[in-house]
Design a protein. Structure first.
Length: 285
């Protein structure tokens, strides 16, 4: 963020923003915590996606936790010391994590030093990432904190996200599937496609094979994109080949792609979805 800017944008590590986009838009990223084998590690800093995928394959315990409010306090005060007067803090769905609550607690603690608007993006992954980027773009165009926060909300609420998982077992263990559990009952061999509905992961479809899942994700994206200009993200855990294949097909089938991100999700989401996850985000440009 340039020194003269009065507004800064903060997000969290579950946006899984590529480092070049974080730098380009001057974002501050607060990491969530992953606990692997009893060790608490900062996502994206002290633990890699590959390490989490390996631990999951070995059925070693992997859990996650929100940042402590103090981590947000430190991030906000560091920005205030750089001359920032307003902060827009955009985070993953409160239905999936306590991160928003931690940010709000911290915002109250720094109220006399810097004004913080916390936005619950009701999403995760690059659907959250694109919301943070849109806030930063608004700031770069001269928006104040309130207008930038509203832009983040609009971007988040118009985004769509779908996830294919190889097994529901990790989501079941983490207590994240809700209605999806009722859908599949005990048939955990079914490979579901989930989507984000008002901040929650909900079932959308059931497929029998990974190749059918890829085809289904492709159709969902093409249908949702229509002829509009869109930003697309293909995110995966320990499945780079499938992600790149899907991205290539989307590049050829979606005429309005403004930008595309293809990358691996980090440890926090990885711990809940397991190796083999493939996710796609459509964000109208």
């Amino acid at each position: 963020m340039p020194a003269h800017a009065a507004v800064a944008v903060v997000t969290d590590s579950t946006a899984y923003l590529p480092a070049d986009l974080v730098a380009e838009h001057g974002l501050t990223v607060v990491p969530l915590t992953v606990v692997v084998g009893g060790r608490s590690l900062a996502e994206g800093i002290e633990v890699t996606s590959a390490e989490v995928a390996q631990a999951l394959r070995e059925w070693r315990p992997v859990t996650t936790s929100r940042p402590a409010p103090q981590q947000f306090v430190e991030a906000y005060l560091a920005l205030a010391e750089q001359g920032i007067g307003e902060i827009v803090s955009v985070h993953l769905s409160a239905d999936l994590s306590g991160t928003v609550d931690a940010a709000r607690t911290a915002a109250g603690q720094v109220a006399g030093k810097v004004a913080v608007t916390v936005v619950d993006a009701r999403h995760l992954g690059m659907a959250l990432g694109y919301a943070a980027i849109s806030a930063a773009r608004a700031v770069a165009a001269g928006a104040d904190g309130a207008a930038a926060a509203e832009q983040a909300r609009r971007t988040a609420y118009t985004a769509s996200a779908w996830f294919y998982v190889d097994t529901l077992e990790y989501l079941r263990r983490g207590g994240r599937i809700g209605a999806a559990a009722a859908m599949v009952g005990s048939a955990l061999s079914v490979k579901p496609i989930l989507h984000v509905v008002d901040g929650r992961l909900e079932p959308l479809d059931r497929v029998r094979t990974a190749s059918r899942a890829l085809a289904r994700l492709e159709e969902l994206v093409v249908e949702e994109s229509g002829g509009r200009a869109v930003d697309l993200a293909v995110q995966h855990l320990a499945s780079p080949d499938r992600a790149e294949q899907l991205a290539e097909r989307l590049r050829s089938r979606v005429p309005g792609v403004r930008g595309m991100v293809v990358n691996e999700v980090g440890a926090v989401v990885g711990a809940h979805v397991g190796p083999g996850m493939l996710g796609v985000v459509v964000s109208p440009a």
